[in-house]
Design a protein around this ligand. Structure first.
Ligand code: H53
Length: 830
């Protein structure tokens, strides 16, 4: 009955009528041919595969829009409170398969295409994904958007429409080579440009103070330059229903700005202004966790923040509300400190533009914002030189000083803090150059601050934001990250999804706790057999992709041991390499007793300027080269570096993994989300007690998780009592052999010094304590190999892992945010 009412409503709201957006095979076929002809002017015999892809994307888009009208209408009718998610990065992954799944029309679309002699999978392959992020942070934002839409929570996600996203990675002679991303090369059928939704953005210049007739002081910002931000909307459909919007801003020249030059005949100067304006959203900075201090990056941050806030205010005011009520209608989430300038910008818009009194404006600001911290790494905590700020955002610097002044005053008077504590808590860092600490600005300007795993949130309160947590403990909370089971199980692992459907029912994708029911089948040998068959097929599928891409043949019967994530020293890909070398050396000497044939797969990009990370990639490839060519170990081990890790590739890696490597030094990985994706697809985890590993282990059971390594407390104790990696090297014969092998010339005969920097770093500094964890890691791996010899037991544990991953659905995370931070509720589509 509900379905019928919804459909009636839809047909009233969408003028196009039902056939154009019908969901039968015939409707889809007709509408596809119509889009091919009227949408892009092609007939079936004269098309390229890309034309076919575009026509199908348009066909799907029609159906998404139809649903969208309903969501939008409902939100405005119910005057619902909503979420604005501010993130400098998004990694949505390919849209086509996801939208088909969410519309529930994958089978009939496949049939419709088949009748036209088109292979749907080939169309999936053609899609270029939007690489508008570096890694975990951007992918998390996209998982959250999927859950917001699925749960029916009114939401707009704001970000930057980078013309060039994260670079494509190629491997040449073992080294990473970066190629420019061209995701917009063939157009983007999923977005709609909204030229009327555009805002002006100022930079530089100076401020002027004047007294109005009422005697009040007012400030005018006279900018040095101006650009315009135009909205590009991508509808994000939730599973079986609602929608949310991804609104990305693109920088453009303000026409009137270059007109003067143009009319004076200075055509080139006019064009130059246009080019400079457009530079702002030209390219994503490819550093995952390091600070650049680059002017253009600050401009990017401010650019998307002001466009988003102006848009939020515009939406608010056009609904006939007062600006002082902004916080009653909008919860604004800051995804890391990248959008933290929003605190100063909202104050500016309220005080300077809307003439709201400071105290009132501050109340609105603090109640709008909440801040998610994603890292404790000191080098990743954003700080901007005051000088740079003054040049790019002079008015904001004044506002930040005022915020800081009032805050420090309160510390002094209300909390009687001493000078040392005040210096620690100030927004301005004064030791060795003056910097603006963005995490402090975000914390002071927000009513809630959260970490992204239980452990990380505790460390945040204990370390990085300790003083703040002591003064305002109620401000701090934890919301453990999650992943969307739609993309990371339904789409990427259709065989497993179908098996689960059969045994637990079909509503698990939106109620992931239902997977618990799988526990009933963990000991059932025929179920285990089906489970193993699926894993085997997924490994075959990955193997054929790898064969195509690297020319290396794999045996799906081997244990697939995978580490896929950004390359970073703290993530310790090189620890895995040391382990592989140790196995190789022992195998060659015939000393390896407990071993199971293993394929080691690495994937991940390194920041282009991160020399050590790039050397680690080279190391992996040198080790791969040596081992894969050694006939003696052929049926025992293989090493693969799969180039160009992205969302699409990730989707074939997770389902094919037997073992998931989550081996960062404890205390370094805020949460991790790859760990969740592997486990949800039935991999067992070998991991440290870091980030969300701790909670995954708690959920799946200690006996179903391979844990090793120093805990945070142990690592900190070892460091403070003087950590001497060289001693460990001297005392551990195997470790010594492995490390010496790095510089023996066996890996890089043409340049024996190649890995010396890595070798010396480990021997004399070892900031991420690989040496301290090496032996424990090797021993733990032996337990892995032993279990592998018992396929029934391994499979039982694999089933239990999947059964107990319910907590890690991003739907749970979003419900937590909704209850603990945003105070928002789903809309009711009826
Ligand atoms: O954010 C993920 C975490 C992960 C953390 C990552 C991250 C970035 O990708 C970039 C910047 C940053 O500060 C943190 O490293 O542990 O899972 C999502 O929370």
């Amino acid at each position: 009955k509900d379905e019928k009412r919804l459909n009636e409503k839809l047909s009233v709201l969408s003028p196009a009528g039902s056939r154009r957006v019908g969901n039968s095979k015939e409707d889809i076929k007709a509408s596809f041919l119509e889009n091919l002809f009227f949408g892009i002017g092609r007939i079936p015999v004269l098309t390229t595969p890309h034309d076919l892809y575009t026509a199908l994307a348009m066909t799907v888009r029609d159906r998404i829009f139809q649903k969208f009208v309903l969501t939008t209408e409902t939100i405005s009718r119910q005057d619902a409170r909503g979420v604005a998610y501010l993130s400098a990065e998004y990694l949505p992954g390919p849209h086509l398969a996801n939208n088909l799944l969410n519309l529930g029309i994958t089978p009939q679309t496949r049939e419709a295409m088949e009748e036209l002699d088109i292979d749907l999978d080939e169309l999936f392959d053609i899609e270029e994904e939007p690489g508008l992020g570096n890694g975990g942070l951007g992918r998390l934002a996209s998982c959250y958007l999927d859950s917001l839409a699925t749960l029916g929570i009114p939401a707009i996600a704001y970000g930057i429409r980078y013309e060039f996203g994260i670079f494509d990675q190629m491997i040449k002679d073992g080294w990473q080579v970066e190629l420019t991303d061209k995701w917009l090369h063939y157009g983007n059928p999923w977005e709609v440009v909204r030229p009327e939704t555009a805002y002006e953005v100022k930079f530089g210049g100076r401020t002027e103070y004047s007294k109005g007739p009422d005697g009040k002081l007012s400030v005018t910002w006279i900018p040095g330059s101006e650009v315009k931000g135009t909205a590009y909307d991508t509808p994000i459909l939730g599973y079986q229903g609602n929608g949310a919007v991804l609104r990305l801003w693109r920088a453009e020249a303000i026409e009137s700005f270059d007109f003067a030059a143009f009319n004076l005949g200075d055509y080139y100067r006019a064009v130059e202004a246009k080019m400079i304006s457009e530079n702002i959203t030209k390219v994503l900075y490819p550093n995952d966790q390091a600070l650049g201090g680059k002017e253009l990056r600050l401009k990017q941050q401010y650019f998307f923040v002001t466009c988003s806030l102006q848009d939020i205010m515009h939406l608010h005011l056009t609904q006939g509300r007062r600006i002082e009520q902004l916080h009653e209608k909008f919860a604004i989430q800051l995804n890391d400190t990248h959008p933290a300038i929003a605190v100063a910008e909202l104050m500016r818009l309220l005080v300077d533009v809307h003439q709201v009194e400071w105290e009132k404006a501050w109340h609105v600001t603090q109640n709008c914002f909440a801040y998610t911290n994603h890292t404790l790494l000191p080098e990743a905590l954003e700080k901007w030189p005051v000088q740079l700020f003054e040049k790019v955002l002079p008015r904001h610097l004044e506002i930040i000083y005022e915020i800081n002044h009032r805050f420090l005053e309160e510390l002094r008077t209300r909390y009687a803090c001493d000078d040392a504590q005040i210096a620690r808590m100030s927004i301005i860092e004064e030791s060795g150059g003056r910097y603006i600490r963005m995490a402090h600005l975000a914390t002071i300007g927000s009513h809630k601050v959260n970490g992204v795993s239980a452990m990380h949130s505790e460390l945040l309160k204990k370390e990085v934001l300790h003083d703040f947590a002591v003064l305002s403990p109620e401000k701090f909370c934890n919301i453990t990250n999650g992943i969307t089971p739609r993309r990371f199980l339904c789409i990427c692992n259709p065989l497993l999804a179908a098996l689960i459907d059969k045994h637990v029912g079909i509503d698990w994708p939106t109620n992931l706790e239902r997977l618990k029911k799988l526990e009933d089948f963990a000991d059932d040998t025929s179920f285990q057999k089906e489970w193993m068959d699926i894993k085997y097929k997924n490994k075959q599928n990955l193997s054929s992709q790898i064969l195509r891409q690297t020319g290396i043949e794999l045996d799906p019967a081997m244990l697939f041991d995978i580490q896929a994530k950004r390359i970073h020293e703290y993530k310790r890909q090189h620890l895995k390499v040391l382990h592989i070398i140790s196995l190789y050396l022992r195998l060659k000497k015939g000393e390896l007793a407990n071993f199971s044939p293993c394929t080691f797969i690495f994937a991940g990009k390194a920041a282009p300027g991160y020399v050590m990370a790039k050397l680690i990639i080279k190391l992996i490839n040198c080790v791969a080269e040596l081992i894969n060519r050694d006939a003696e170990v052929q049926d025992q081990m293989k090493v693969i570096f799969l180039p160009d890790f992205n969302v699409k590739k990730a989707q074939s890696l997770y389902p094919a993994a037997d073992l998931s490597e989550q081996i960062s030094l404890a205390g370094m990985e805020a949460s991790g989300t790859g760990n969740m994706k592997f486990a949800l697809n039935g991999a067992l985890t070998i991991g440290t007690l870091d980030g969300a590993n701790v909670e995954i282990r708690q959920e799946v059971g200690e006996e179903n998780f391979f844990v090793f390594g120093h805990s945070v407390e142990q690592a900190q104790a070892a460091k403070s009592s003087g950590y001497h990696p060289f001693d460990i090297y001297q005392q551990n014969q195997l470790l010594k052999e492995v490390l010496d092998f790095l510089i023996s010339g066996a890996l890089a005969p043409e340049d024996t010094q190649l890995f010396k920097p890595l070798y010396e770093n480990l021997l004399y500094q070892d900031p991420y304590m690989l040496l301290a964890d090496f032996q424990d890691y090797v021993d733990c791996q032996e337990r892995v190999y032993k279990l592998w010899l018992d396929p029934g037991e391994w499979t039982r544990k694999s089933i239990l892992n999947v059964a107990r991953m319910g907590k890690f659905s991003s739907d749970r995370s979003i419900k937590d945010y909704s209850d603990m931070i945003w105070n928002v509720k789903p809309i009711n589509l009826m």
